[in-house]
Design a protein around this ligand. Sequence first.
Ligand SMILES: [Fe+2]
Length: 220
Amino acid sequence: MNRQTTFSYLWPTLFGTFYNPDHQKIKKDLIKFFEEYKKKNPSKKSGENFKLYESNYDLHLQKGTAFNSLLKNFISKSFFEMSKQANKDFTMLFKGKEIGVTIKDSWFIHYEKGGFVLPHSHGQCSWCCVYYVQLGKDATKTNGGTYFQKPIPNRNTLDYGSYYNKFLQAQFTPEEGKMIVWPNYVMHGSYPYEGTEDRIIVSANAEVSVMENSKPIKTL
Ligand SMILES: [Fe+2]
């Protein structure tokens, strides 16, 4: 029997891009909250990162803030949509069940001119996100953009025949009100932003679970 040669790309990685239609309405209040937060919590060391202020990871636990009243709902809904897309062939898993999003961590970063974050991945969660709160119109993929590295560790030097494979990296154009979601294992970082306005972003980690009495019992 003659069998034909076939080629396959396996294990594609799901990324989601969401747009907040209310961003321009909430931007000013979010930035005001961040400015007040910075005054109350003076700058800590930014570790291996460069020229930035990073908040603690518990914005979602602080009651009555602009983050919770204006943005948390949009972020949670987007995480939920990601989970639906990832499990779209298994809708029976969701039928008749209460599904909920639990934000595990959330924080903001205010970059100074030229600030950036080196490649890293996040901890215990299913999904991670970046939400662009403020950027100048001059932002591009490589001026303040977020990049993602292929989610497979290199075990040897890439050879000439595979190095220019376009699937080895991904870059996204940053825009105010845009949110990018990815699985927790993907290494990512930000390009320095040399723009006219400081780059301000929110990041969050989440899990999507079957809930009982509003408490997660099984993480999807
Ligand atoms: Fe990150």
